[in-house]
Ligand binder design. Structure first.
Ligand code: TEU
Length: 587
């Protein structure tokens, strides 16, 4: 692999930072299943999206990232793809897709597709062919291995290595037909593609080019840092209390990852002139690696989704052993990423997506007295950092976690598998497992978007595939779009500020008050323009001592989150208060 960081010729060819349009853009993620249903079957669809484009335009976002709409058996809600060039009939047709793309473009918005190529569905023709015989020409497109020596095929322990799957159980499934196992880091219906095989890579690049030729504006790349596996797939260390080995060291940022991403860039994007956006989803990525992945001179991806801040409330036993993240930990983590990618690389900024619990319930306070203010405060600190902010559907309304009553209310494979294994196999108390799921389940993010206070929150005229949150009468788009004090109005103001103030999109970042237990404060600076953000991430009043408070007394208050109270730099914050100031720096 050539190291482009030290190659001045390669650097010289890199676009200047200011030329990259996505530095001042805001992305909105649509999870189609839960966004809007146009035909009453209870499942969201493309026409449902087309019908709600006014909402996105009013919000002011620049880009839509569409979670998978490809043909899929829906084992993992579309992250198991059986045809990369077809739309799942539940979501519509290619014609509907083209119409959505044209409508977005006509409104000045871009569309980024989800690219899921660490794995396919086991119903994808590639895998069907691969599984058909050990001699199949596509056998090597996936990771097939013989049972472990000394074990009876199919018996526990006979798996080729001890890695666990993200969705509970071993990362291997035994195929009786050929007497071999295949690797699946996610569900057993999501076999991992073998990126070592150049034919696999060719097929992926062809498919990406096909979508770009159709007019899409880029890709969000699912678990893209997991595509290169260490040769030999060695056994991994088993963490204390765990059943399976943690294979991360052998597949996260694997040996050929940078090579693969550079090759992809070369084969897909290099010859094109469009304004594209690429963002790599990368569980477990470090700041150092992210700098390499996002250094424009290296031509890999524009930005990555890192997971550090959304792992702060995971306990020793992982995500379903939740603890609490302190505001101090949250700002320290985000601040470190701001600093780490200050000179080289670029951050993506997110609280929410379809895999994470709702931020107002997680790092905010969703009880009536604090719900609106805390949703706005969290939005403020996120959106005014340096990076590209992502808004997940419903976040702009302050949608909350769901009060799931029983395991029957869940739909997500990760949640259901976890419950089955924890309760049936490990004998954990069902109530305790349920309590953890209530807090951490991905289904919290997947309840239908609350459009109105009508039946099924205006999501569908039928029966929704997953229940609507009972708070829809209180929290919904129709009410908020009319209300200048709404969470929606606040998101709108933050997005507008990024578009109008270059200091927000391009300024440098400095964390203030790093030791303060609840106040998240920072400045952004560009030339002589400076922005100050102060937010109290707590339901208690706070006092703070800003290093240069006197210098800010005359600053222009730009945004607050408590109706009626004008922001002032006076050393005091109300519960969940967020304040934003701008000034010209002189001298
Ligand atoms: O997620 C990958 C991932 O690492 C996690 O966020 C995952 O959702 C899980 O919660 C780990 O505990 C991506 C997609 O975003 C997710 O929806 C898919 O299920 C997964 O990849 C497989 O494609």
């Amino acid at each position: 692999m050539t190291d482009l960081t030290t190659n001045p010729a390669a650097r010289a060819g890199a676009p200047a930072a200011d030329d990259q349009w996505w530095r001042s853009a805001v992305v909105y993620q649509i999870y189609p299943r839960s966004f809007a249903d146009s035909d009453g079957d209870g499942v969201g669809d493309l026409r449902g999206i087309i019908q709600h484009l006014d909402h996105l335009q009013e919000l002011g976002v620049d880009v839509v990232w569409l979670s998978p709409v490809y043909a899929s058996p829906q084992d993992d809600n579309g992250y198991d793809i059986s045809d990369y060039r077809a739309i799942d009939p539940a979501y519509g047709t290619l014609e509907d897709f083209d119409e959505l793309l044209a409508d977005l473009h006509a409104r000045g918005m871009k569309l980024v597709m989800d690219l899921v190529v660490n794995h396919t569905s086991d119903e994808h023709p590639w895998f069907v062919e691969s599984a058909s015989s050990v001699d199949s020409p596509k056998r090597d497109w996936y990771w097939w291995r013989k049972p472990r020596a000394g074990f009876a095929a199919g018996a526990p322990g006979a798996e080729p290595n001890n890695w666990g799957s993200f969705f509970s159980g071993p990362a291997w499934h035994y195929d009786e037909v050929s007497g071999e196992y295949y690797l699946h880091l996610f569900s057993r219906k999501q076999p991992d593609l073998n990126w070592e095989n150049p034919e696999v890579r060719d097929a992926v690049y062809d498919m990406m080019n096909w979508w770009l030729d159709r007019g899409v504006d880029g890709f969000r790349m699912d678990v893209i840092n997991l595509i290169s596996k260490v040769a030999g797939l060695p056994d991994a260390e088993v963490p204390p209390g765990a059943v399976h080995g943690d294979g991360f060291p052998f597949y996260a940022q694997g040996p050929r990852i940078h090579e693969f991403l550079q090759e992809m860039h070369e084969r897909v994007f290099a010859g094109r002139t469009g304004d594209y956006l690429t963002v790599g989803e990368m569980p477990g990525v470090t700041v150092e690696h992210a700098r390499l992945f996002t250094d424009p001179a290296r031509r890999e991806v524009d930005m990555v989704f890192q997971f550090e801040h959304v792992g702060l409330d995971h306990g020793a036993g992982g995500k379903f052993d939740p603890g609490a993240a302190s505001p101090r930990d949250v700002k320290a983590s985000l601040g470190r990423w701001q600093e780490g990618l200050a000179e080289t690389g670029w951050n993506s900024l997110y609280w929410n997506n379809h895999d994470q619990p709702r931020v107002v319930s997680r790092f905010g306070d969703d009880r009536p007295e604090h719900r609106v203010a805390s949703a706005k405060a969290l939005a403020t600190v996120l959106h005014l950092m340096r990076g590209t902010p992502y808004v997940y559907q419903g976040e702009e309304l302050g949608m909350t976690n769901m009060p799931f009553a029983s395991i029957d209310d869940f739909r997500d494979i990760e949640s259901l598998n976890h419950y089955a294994v924890a309760v049936a196999a490990q004998g954990q108390a069902p109530e305790a497992v349920l309590a953890a799921l209530r807090v951490m389940s991905r289904d919290n993010a997947r309840t239908p978007v609350q459009w109105s206070d009508g039946p099924a929150a205006g999501f569908t005229t039928g029966t929704p595939w997953i229940a609507v949150n009972p708070n829809a009468a209180l929290i919904n788009a129709a009410a908020q779009r009319e209300d200048p004090g709404s969470v929606f109005a606040h998101y709108r103001a933050l997005i507008a500020l990024r578009h109008s103030e270059r200091v927000v999109s391009h300024g440098s970042f400095e964390l203030l008050l790093p030791e303060h237990p609840t106040v998240f404060a920072y400045t952004r600076t560009l030339g002589d323009r400076q922005l100050l953000v102060i937010a109290n991430l707590s339901g208690e009043r706070a006092v703070y001592d800003l290093p240069d408070a006197a210098g800010w007394r005359e600053a222009e208050p730009v945004l607050g989150n408590l109706g009626g109270r004008l922001p002032r730099v006076d050393g005091r914050c109300e519960p969940w208060e967020a304040q934003v100031f701008l000034q010209e720096v002189t001298g």
